[in-house]
Ligand binder design. Structure first.
Ligand SMILES: [Zn+2]
Ligand SMILES: [Zn+2]
Length: 230
């Protein structure tokens, strides 16, 4: 069984995340919690139960965490549902090995061998864009969960992904009985369901087809999952 910290690490973004969002590449501190987030979901545990964390969330980004926390505290006990109802969705019954990470769940960034990290290749007197790395000079290589690896964005570190994905990217799992929410990505359903005694609550309705985050609670902390947009 993965620990809560293992599951938090699976939410860390890759090291090539743009600098304004670099704090998403590791756990960070905010509002008395240590938090992991990839921008699409977050897991928070109280600072006193977490390993020391040196990275503080920029203060202009605290309001989102604060509003989620306020809503979390205000959600009555009888409004939390087990993850079984989401996990049992037909789309999550047939899985296949993830193609991006070749079933390993983790990736590491390496210099592209084809163009030697230049992003382009010289043929005769002309330069051509490198198709292997799409001109970035770097490639993602599948790996086991090593120190320098980050979780695969498609399967969230699992190595397996649902066969049915939207646009080759998302696997929308609708929330039963909640028609104003498009649903949440199956990769988060599968990840969050592994938190001890995980439960979710219906998101706040913002308009006919828009809603807030789906809050999650578990034995030693809480979290949130952003809804997919229609
Ligand atoms: Zn290349
Ligand atoms: Zn993968």
């Amino acid at each position: 069984m993965p620990t809560v910290l293992d599951l938090m690490r699976r939410l860390h973004c890759s090291p090539d995340t743009p600098s304004a969002r670099q704090f998403l590449c590791a756990n960070f501190r905010a509002q008395g919690f240590v938090i992991a987030s990839d921008g699409g979901a977050m897991i928070a545990i109280p600072e006193e139960t977490a390993p020391t964390c040196d990275i503080a969330l920029p203060s202009n980004k605290h309001s989102f965490i604060e509003s989620q926390r306020t809503q979390f505290v205000a959600t009555p006990n009888d409004r939390w549902h087990p993850f079984d109802v989401l996990l049992s969705h037909p789309k999550l019954q047939s899985l296949e090995s993830c193609k991006l990470c070749k079933g390993k769940g983790w990736l590491v960034i390496r210099k592209c061998k084809k163009c030697k990290g230049q992003g382009e290749l010289k043929r005769g007197k002309r330069f051509h864009p490198c198709s292997k790395c799409e001109e970035t000079g770097t490639v993602y290589c599948p790996t086991s969960c090593t120190d320098d690896a980050h979780a695969c964005d498609i399967c969230q570190g699992d190595g397996q992904k649902p066969k049915k994905v939207y646009h080759g990217r998302y696997c929308n799992i609708p929330l039963p009985g909640i028609d104003y929410c498009h649903g949440i990505d199956g990769k988060y359903v599968r990840l969050f369901a592994q938190l001890p005694n995980a439960r979710w609550s219906a998101p706040q309705r913002l308009s006919e087809t828009d809603c807030g985050a789906i809050l999650v609670r578990f034995d030693s902390g809480w979290g949130a999952i952003m809804p997919l947009r229609g």
